[in-house]
Design a protein around this ligand. Structure first.
Ligand code: SF4
Ligand code: SF4
Length: 278
């Protein structure tokens, strides 16, 4: 069943990116990478301490949205790596993202939403319970929390639990397909074998955390939101959701532009960087 789930996700993405009106710069995503976390993975409990009590566990979502408390289940997670063509277009940008990057943020994320709906329907069609946290009535975005702007479900943290990557100096997730991606998840009562997490810790794929080198993303940020002390989420969000759409949203014809300068022209852009110790 695990292989069928992976195939369903890959087929959906492969067959959905041919419409030139929506993909004028070509496909936004390469082949998805899929991982699985157990419904009761202890990490989901720990996220209440690390992120905040408002962050929901998979069980809270299943109980709250579907009224279910199954014996077991799985959080199915995926990463949609952004194609090299789109990444390349953003490498030369210094202040605002490229058109391709912004189209990926708006239309690629819309496709990611369709994938969430598709997988929920696919699982339900096989007699399983399923929901997409990002589309749940219980999903909320909170502007002010002790960790800054945050939501009741973090796709990145779910992907980390499913062994898909580790965190970066810039607060993103460095996966086998790099740091430039969109990610998503669906919770189901279908029990599947969990993926293994790496043994190197929560930030092992980032060169700075792994061996104290790099820091290339620091120089890429036009507003100084990244330093060796970490990522200034408030400063980043003000730029990504304020200045950037105001400057290029109308020109590109999209409501969400993203930024992603710190995710392109950096060693972790499209793969886990090798560094000195790998
Ligand atoms: S650019 Fe370097 S320091 Fe920044 S997230 Fe990537 S690997 Fe880490
Ligand atoms: S997304 Fe843009 S504003 Fe935010 S940290 Fe990266 S480069 Fe800076």
């Amino acid at each position: 069943m695990k292989e069928e789930v992976i195939a369903a996700i890959k087929e959906f993405i492969a067959s959905s990116q041919g419409d030139m009106a929506r993909y004028p710069t070509g496909p936004y995503f390469d082949t998805p990478i899929v991982g699985f976390a157990p419904l009761d993975d202890q990490l989901f409990g720990e996220y209440k301490r690390i992120i905040g009590d408002f962050h929901l566990t998979p069980r809270e979502l299943l109980a709250g949205e579907l009224g279910l408390s199954p014996a077991g289940g799985t959080v199915i997670c995926w990463v949609l790596p952004i194609t090299e063509g789109v990444r390349k277009s953003n490498r030369t940008q210094g202040e605002f993202p490229s058109r391709g990057w912004s189209l990926t943020r708006t239309h690629g994320e819309a496709l990611n939403g369709e994938l969430r709906r598709h997988l929920v329907a696919w699982l339900k069609g096989r007699g399983q319970a399923a929901l997409a946290p990002q589309l749940s009535p219980l999903w909320r975005e909170l502007e002010e929390t002790p960790v800054g702007r945050a939501s009741t479900w973090s796709e990145r943290h779910a992907a980390y639990a499913a062994g898909l990557g580790t965190f970066s100096l810039s607060d993103a997730l460095i996966t086998a397909g790099g740091i430039a991606h969109r990610c998503g998840s669906v919770i189901t009562d279908l029990v599947l074998e969990p993926s293994q997490r790496g043994e190197g810790g929560y930030a092992d794929n980032c060169l700075y955390y792994r061996e104290g080198s790099c820091g290339a993303c620091i120089g890429r940020c036009p507003v100084g939101a990244i330093s060796f002390a970490g990522h200034d989420k408030s400063r980043c969000c003000a730029y990504v959701y304020g200045n950037v759409p105001a400057a290029v949203g109308e020109k590109y014809g999209v409501p969400y532009t993203g930024c992603g300068l710190c995710q392109t022209r950096v060693p972790c852009e499209g793969a886990i960087p090798r560094g000195k110790r790998r």
